[in-house]
Design a protein around this ligand. Structure first.
Ligand code: HEM
Length: 210
């Protein structure tokens, strides 16, 4: 519970910031949204995030391309001989769902390798894309009985901290260590080369963080 709840959150925040540094036009749109919703005279509040449209779309696009838990697997065991889509699955087989591959499937995602948060910005009258397990094209917290029990907490925590970090700072590439999107699968799917950045304050910060 401790590893699943801390490592995943930290890893996802690092991927989001990496993408923010790589795509300055995306960063600038999030900054504009924060300025409209929050303004610069006070800190971000959790309730502000619910009023944002573009930042959640950015987070969903990062979950699509860089899911911290790309293989949903640990608890799926065939308890009888069965057939799925013409494939025989013998009793005792451990089944693994490759969410990483599903979220790159060109039949489901136009230009799957492009970073395009706008694919999650829904128009008026359209339902919002849920990443909480009801749509299997993107289920970065799993789905069904063994879905992540911390998904709402995880998403809320990540959204709040990313909003706060972007509200307070502009995130810029480091000259010595450019952003490298290579990944390595450890407990979570992490950046192989940890993110290194420069930051520039956007607001006058006080010790009480108002
Ligand atoms: C952004 C953050 C998070 C991501 C991306 C994430 C992702 C996942 C994924 C993909 C699974 C496997 C689901 C499956 O196999 O179908 C999982 C399971 C789990 N997660 Fe999370 N998680 C996050 C945050 C959290 C938090 C905050 C907690 C706890 C406070 C947590 C606790 C757990 C536990 C206990 C399981 C195992 C559930 C089981 O096997 O029944 N996770 N998580």
């Amino acid at each position: 519970m401790v590893f699943r709840g801390t490592d995943t959150v930290a890893v996802l925040i690092e991927w989001i910031l990496a993408r923010i540094v790589l795509h300055p036009e995306v960063q600038s749109r999030v900054h504009d949204e924060l300025d409209n919703v929050v303004g610069r005279s006070r800190a971000v509040d959790e309730s502000d995030v619910a009023k944002m449209i573009y930042l959640p779309a950015v987070i969903k696009e990062v979950l699509r391309l860089h899911p911290p838990g790309p293989l949903l697997s640990w608890a799926r065991l065939a308890i009888t001989d069965t057939t799925i889509d013409g494939y025989h699955v013998p009793k005792g087989t451990t089944a693994m769902v490759n969410m990483w591959a599903i979220t790159r499937d060109p039949q489901e995602w136009p230009n799957p390798f492009e970073f395009m948060p706008d694919r999650f910005v829904t128009g008026e009258g359209e339902g919002e894309f849920s990443v909480l397990g009801s749509d299997l094209r993107l289920a970065p917290f799993g789905s069904g009985r063994r879905t992540c029990p911390g998904k709402n907490l995880g998403l809320t925590t990540v959204s709040f901290w990313v909003a706060t970090l972007l509200h307070d700072f502009e995130w810029l590439p480091s000259d010595q260590n450019p952003v490298d999107l290579s990944e390595v699968l450890r407990l979570s799917c992490e950046m192989a080369n940890p993110l290194s950045v420069n930051v520039r304050p956007r607001r006058k910060l006080s010790l009480s963080h108002q």
